[in-house]
Design a protein around this ligand. Sequence first.
Ligand code: GLN
Length: 263
Amino acid sequence: MSKGQGVAQALPADVAALADVPADKGEVHVVHLYPREMSIYGDLGNTRCLAARLRWHGYRPVVHDHHPGAAWPERADILLGGGGQDSGQARVTDDLARHADRLRELAADGLPMLMICGMYQLFGEAFITVEGQRLPGLGILDVTTRGNATRMIGPVVLDTDFGSVVGYENHSGSTVLGAGQQPFGRVRHGQGNNGTDGHEGARTGNVVGSYLHGPVLPANPALADGLLEIAARRATGGWDPAEVDDTVAERAHAAQVRRLLGS
Ligand code: GLN
């Protein structure tokens, strides 16, 4: 793989090991934006989770890594982006600007997207770092973020349209929603966008921005499958999920809720 090229990734061994599971319901293309610059605190696990769940449901995942300067992948049915340092965010802003019109069109067209932390901030109007550097965002989500001297760190429980969602936040950016911007969730434990208004993340159509690492998808199968359903319907014209054993994920989810909320 040469630097700067968009590549269809070889599937990780744990997903490739599912090769004997029939995958005849069609291909679903997962695009991971900037896995080198923007994928911290385990956010790569979101891509692996979607690829694994697609196999379990009988679909064939094709994962594309998109790097700065690369051509846009030939096909995208769902987009993922992760967290990063302020410096990582600065390294991807030119490429994001290059693809801004395309990304805004895809968002308006209903393509599902999950953008975590640093990428959430860049899907907003702007991120102003603690040093005062203004990184322009795509404006797909009507949110504005300012860096602070203190960080918001710790485990989180949310109520969302996808049910209860658990994760872990670690950000200095404090995010404020524009008037009329829907949050992703209501904070039941943790800080969320800014520690004061009880909102976490933002959602417009099928675009979700959130501060939740973890990675967030493996412990929240309803969120993962909610996004996959939209992607699979776009890709194949239908959604035909298989019976998946989510006992371990459900235990992990319930343990975090119990520990933080006591219920
Ligand atoms: N640099 C951003 C902040 O601290 C994003 C952090 C992250 O992506 N985890 O607010």
